[in-house]
Design a binder for this molecule. Structure first.
Ligand SMILES: [Zn+2]
Length: 306
């Protein structure tokens, strides 16, 4: 039996926030934000019409061209960074130099969960006060919020930062496999990082709010090797990997419960190929969530022991 845990670099929220009370609403900025609404909708429209599923390198290049041009127009110094794994699309990173003391970073992602051709069946559509389109909320809305917030703050003369970095990655929906390490490295160089994913759904958060953290994700796999034999003629000569897998799942299902900052749920399983053979191989996959950086380390020895 082999149990392995693989961490997926999570581009989840890396935000830190000051504990000071909410600042009063700046009416001038609010008015500017309201005035920007048609322009925000136009940006959303432009981006939704670029199909950019995580594997769609062509579409992601168009998104990178679009967002890079927009950042440049705002006065950013921009660069493309090759992702280290996955489909091979680029990240877009923009930096602004300010006059303040803190280093800030804003992140959002350019990829969506949709296959190429999705616009044929789910086109961009306005219906009263709502706009629909693939990826419009997750996360093209986040990109639009960043671009237009920066424009509004720029126009208001706000430069109260030493450095402001904007990072758009092309692979968040597949675990940021080729950009996670770059984002983490960049994040380490900043005082505050805000991830502009969609606002938490109303049933979870009653008011619009800033989420201070989200769990990292990992995948657990359990592999069992047995011995094949004919299920009718000589079952006693085999070693049933499926039965052992079931036993191991029961043994390990609650293993994360006593480890702070971890959660494990077995979610997939596979065994055998034909009905009349004792299966010599079985495997299962687990969804793992981690809220403490070192949680994965403390899990490993305990799982291996069982
Ligand atoms: Zn997202």
């Amino acid at each position: 039996m082999k149990l392995s845990i693989k961490l997926l670099a999570s581009a989840g929220l890396l935000a830190l926030a000051s504990s000071s009370a909410l600042a009063a609403v700046d009416e001038k900025l609010r008015a500017a934000a309201e005035q920007a609404q048609p322009a925000v909708i136009e940006s959303l429209h432009d981006m939704v019409l670029i199909e950019s599923g995580s594997g769609d390198v062509e579409g992601l290049k168009k998104m990178a061209d679009y967002t890079e041009a927009r950042l440049k127009a705002l006065g950013a110094k921009t660069e493309r960074r090759k992702t280290t794994k996955g489909a091979g699309a680029d990240m877009v990173i923009g930096t602004f130099e300010g006059t303040g003391s803190k280093k800030l970073m804003l992140i959002a992602h350019m990829d969506t969960v949709y296959e190429h051709g999705i616009l044929d069946s789910q086109p961009y559509k306005v219906d009263g006060n709502r706009i629909y389109g693939p990826g419009i909320a997750d996360d093209k809305g986040g990109i639009a919020v960043i671009l237009h917030s920066l424009k509004i703050l720029n126009d208001a003369g706000w430069r109260d930062y030493a450095k402001l970095t904007v990072s758009f990655n092309p692979d968040e929906e597949v675990g940021s496999i080729g950009s996670g390490e770059i984002i983490a490295e960049l994040a380490d160089q900043h005082d505050v990082v805000l991830s502009c994913e969609p606002t938490v759904a109303p049933p979870v958060a009653k008011n619009e709010s800033l989420l201070l953290g989200a769990s990292g994700t990992a995948t657990g796999t359990l592999d069992v090797k047995g011995k094949a034999s004919h299920a009718g003629a000589a079952p006693q000569l085999g070693r049933n990997a499926l039965i052992e897998l079931a036993h191991q799942l029961l043994q390990t299902q609650d293993v994360a419960k006593s480890i702070p900052g971890t959660q494990l749920n077995w979610t997939t399983a596979k065994a055998g190929t034909v009905r009349n053979q004792i299966p010599d191989h079985a495997s299962a996959g687990a969804d793992i969530r981690l809220t403490i950086r070192t949680a994965c380390k403390s899990c490993r020895p305990r799982w291996t022991r069982r």
